[in-house]
Structure formats: structure tokens, C-alpha cells
Ligand binder design. Sequence first.
Ligand SMILES: NC(=O)c1ccc[n+]([C@@H]2O[C@H](COP(=O)([O-])OP(=O)(O)OC[C@H]3O[C@@H](n4cnc5c(N)ncnc54)[C@H](OP(=O)(O)O)[C@@H]3O)[C@@H](O)[C@H]2O)c1
Length: 243
Amino acid sequence: MKIMIIGGTSGIGLALAQHYLAQANEVAICGRDLQRVEGSLFKQYAKLSGYEFDIADQAALGNAMKNFSATGLDMLIVAAGFYFNTRHHQLDEATTLRMLQTNVSGLSHAFELGAKIMLAQKSGHVVAIGSAAGLLKNYPGASLYSASKRTVLNLCDTYRIALAPFSIAVTAIVPGYVDTLKLRQLNHGNASHKLFILSEKKAVTHIVSAIENRVRISVFPWKMQCLINVLNQLPRALLAMRR
Ligand SMILES: NC(=O)c1ccc[n+]([C@@H]2O[C@H](COP(=O)([O-])OP(=O)(O)OC[C@H]3O[C@@H](n4cnc5c(N)ncnc54)[C@H](OP(=O)(O)O)[C@@H]3O)[C@@H](O)[C@H]2O)c1
């Protein structure tokens, strides 16, 4: 398979890249800084390529996708995301814009370009990494991040309906906490206190299984899904007291 992973230079995206490379797939990892990927990985896998661009830069994204997909594209995974540790983070205008450009409009452009290639070949699979934060409804003080990830789910729904007649699958991956370097950095080096946190390895197992089964939406771990279901049933006044 030919797989492009935008947001593949670290964390969940890189772990997925390593999984698919080990299965002898052709993988492109993309991000703003390819230096983050150990050079030895490129030496280890001849089928690995890298593209450096900001997902907000539509032209650069288009060039990379055109280049990698010259002989087809089986799967596009958009893992690029921008997040903070808490929903109480104050966002200035530039940071707000960056979050929306990375998590929403960048993903939307990537989907559009990927879908174009897949429509021509009448096959393919588009995957987005959302977040359990996007499932929370009417949560008092909910963050822009959770709104952006809710939009990811909505975009996945829209593309799924549009692309289904052409044998193109769309999977929304909705993880709870995953013990990535980024999450650890946001938590002074240790994120183990985060509720129901999973290792990258376990997260990859969940994601790969959802992709293989062409699942529409995969929420994990199940305990996080249950907690969110309960929170979504609680009266808003009760939730506001938790802030
Ligand atoms: N870790 C968690 O607990 C968790 C939970 C739920 C959902 N998620 C979601 O999972 C995804 C990955 O999270 P992670 O923890 O693995 O974070 P991460 O290690 O920071 O990975 C983010 C990836 O996105 C890339 N990226 C960020 N901004 C970009 C931009 N403007 N243009 C292109 N690439 C960009 C980064 O590469 P460069 O820096 O090289 O650009 C990196 O490869 C995110 O979408 C996040 O919201 C994470």
C-alpha cells in the first residue's frame, strides 16, 4: 500500500508510520520539521519518504501529495494536530488561528486533495485522528480544541457520505489520552496521571484494527467512551461546578 501520513514526524503519526513500514508498505511522513525523525529510520526503510510542509500551506500540501501519489494513493492519514494540556488555556488571536488552520482547514484541504486522487482511481481510505474531547457536548467552558475536533468528526461524516459510492472509506479515529512525547512535554515529562492513558503501541493496535475493518468511527479506550457518555447526560449546572 501507498500511505501518506500528515503529522507523521512524531507521536501517534510516527508510530503508525513505523507500523506500516514494518509491514513493507510505502510510507510518506509529513510535517513541518523532518529533522524530528531519526535519520536511521530513513536508512532502515527504503520505502520511506519524507515531505516537509505546514498543513496550512495548501500549495505545499498539494505539491507533496501530487509527488507522492503519482502512482496512486491507497491511504491518507491526517494526524497533524495542535493541542494544549488544559481547556482553560487562554488563546490569543494568532494561536487561535493556528489551531483552526492545523486542526480544521488544513485537514479539510488534505481530505479534498486526497479525495480527488482517490476518486480518479475509485478506491482508497481517508483517516483522521480526532479526539475524545470532540465528543463532549454542551460542556461548560469547552475549549476551542474540542470544537475543532468535533469539526473533524463532522468533516469525516460529510466525506464518508460523499465518497462511499466510489468505494472510498473514511475512518474517524477518536482516542482518549495517548502517552506521546508531546503529551509528556505538556505535563512536565510525565502524563501517567491522565485518565485511562494508553501507550502509543496500544493506540496503534486500536487504530490499525479500525482501519483494517473500515470502521466509520473508532473511540478508544472504551472506558473513556463510557465516561463521555455519562458526562454528556449530566445536567450542565452540575458540570459547571467542576470547573
Ligand atoms: N496524545 C494524545 O493524548 C491525543 C489524544 C487525542 C487526540 N490526539 C490527537 O492525535 C494527533 C497526534 O497527537 P500527538 O500526541 O501524537 O502529537 P504530536 O507528537 O505533537 O504530533 C503531531 C504531529 O503533527 C504535526 N504537525 C503539527 N502541526 C502541523 C502543521 N501545522 N503542519 C504539518 N504538520 C503538523 C507534527 O509535526 P511537525 O512538528 O514536524 O510539524 C507531528 O508530526 C493530534 O491530532 C492530536 O490532537 C492526541
